[in-house]
Design a protein around this ligand. Structure first.
Ligand code: HEC
Length: 187
């Protein structure tokens, strides 16, 4: 049986040979597949595909799972069309209202205020948003509200990149409760 110190010496000798810094040759590669990727790298040229690149566009007409395409632009006319065509997929229940409220408090409250009166803490620094109890916002169909959050409106920016579509609908549900339970006199 080999003495343990001989084994240690052989391992150290092998390791130092593998890393000789001045040698023009590569060290011995143990399991090269681990270091060198067998598949083509995402941005590498590719001799197999027709256009010579590895990362391909999705096939025309396909959509990612769970993604609902919206065929609107950010114009006022499309905001009104969204009001006619889009409907909140969530029922008004204590759960959905509670979820919408948390999202509203995260994304909208800073400007629109706790009760949607347009008096959030940021207001001296940004233009005064309209109260949700105003005639214009109260008469917006839910789909129009969804369009405002998705594409922005006037000086209000789009929130589509921060808030996924169903979360936007949950916010619409909560804004519904803010704008309808308030009598006009409280503006
Ligand atoms: C950075 C501040 C800011 C945030 C955050 C913000 N808004 Fe606004 N919002 C505004 C301003 C300013 C206006 C007025 C825009 C105008 O008329 O030019 C506005 C307008 C609106 C309107 C009326 C749009 C119209 O066409 O009359 C609605 C509805 C609205 N916001 C909902 C929301 C909701 C819901 C959220 C959260 C997802 C939100 N806003 C987040 C600043 C903000």
């Amino acid at each position: 049986m080999t003495a343990p110190h001989v084994v240690v010496a052989v391992v150290i000798a092998a390791a130092s040979l593998a890393c000789a810094s001045q040698s023009p040759h590569r060290g011995y590669e143990y399991m090269p597949d681990m270091a060198r990727s067998v598949p083509y790298d995402t941005f590498a040229p590719n001799p197999v595909t027709r256009n010579g690149i590895t990362q391909q566009m999705p096939v025309a007409g396909t959509i990612p799972r769970g993604f609902l395409p919206l065929h609107y632009s950010g114009t006022a006319a499309d905001a009104e069309r969204a009001g006619r065509e889009l409907f909140n997929p969530n029922a008004h229940t204590p759960t959905t209202i509670g979820q919408g409220r948390r999202l509203y408090e995260t994304f909208c409250l800073v400007c629109h205020g706790v009760s949607g009166d347009g008096d959030g803490p940021l207001v001296p620094m940004i233009p005064n948003p309209p109260a949700y109890s105003s005639e214009r916002v109260r008469s917006m169909p839910a789909g129009h509200l969804f369009h405002v959050i998705t594409y922005g409106s006037g000086r209000m920016p789009s929130y589509a990149s921060q808030i996924p579509a169903n979360d936007r609908w949950l916010i619409v549900g909560y804004v519904d409760t803010l704008r309808t339970r308030r009598p006009e006199a409280q503006r």
